[in-house]
Ligand binder design. Structure first.
Ligand code: FES
Length: 154
């Protein structure tokens, strides 16, 4: 997205929130929803538009795990690495995903299709290893199984 477009989107969000500095977290959430992540230009425009120091905007943007300062994939993959899933072979499933997608955990594929992350227990231990892709829970995953699961996503 061009810098000009980013600035326009940011300003639309700022207007929606009446440029209220107290709503910085909501504003950043909305900007991320519009753009997909929080690029440097968006944070700078938000800082200008709200009259807040850039350091303040950056500290909020980096504090919350829900915010991403780099582009994210269309589908978020979360591999559960909690104890139960770990014991049932989550590491092998994670390694397979890393190998197939060519990214390490925390990374995003070049085509922006997938972002790969890990979580600790999603409350479905009996069905481990669990892999969550977007909103879909996939239980009893194996390295072979996850390869076919990933093919279901465009
Ligand atoms: S440890 Fe994976 S769901 Fe609980």
């Amino acid at each position: 997205m061009a810098v000009k477009q980013v600035e326009e989107k940011v300003n639309q969000v700022l207007e929606k929130h009446q440029r209220d500095k107290a709503l910085l977290v909501d504003i950043l959430q909305d900007i991320q929803a519009e753009i997909g992540y929080l690029p440097k230009e968006a944070l700078e425009e938000a800082s200008r538009g709200l009259g807040l120091p850039a350091s303040r905007v950056y500290s909020v943007a980096t504090f919350f795990k829900a915010f991403s300062l780099t582009p994210r994939g269309r589908h978020l993959i979360n591999v559960c690495m909690g104890t139960a899933c770990h014991v049932r072979g989550a590491v092998k499933v994670l390694e397979k995903i890393e190998q197939v997608l060519g990214v390490k955990r925390g990374g995003t594929t070049k085509d922006l299709k997938f972002t790969l992350e890990t979580v600790n227990c999603v409350g479905a231990c009996a069905l481990g290893p669990m892999v969550i892709v977007g909103e879909d829970y996939h239980g009893e995953m194996t390295p072979e199984g996850i390869v076919s699961v990933l093919k279901e996503y465009n």
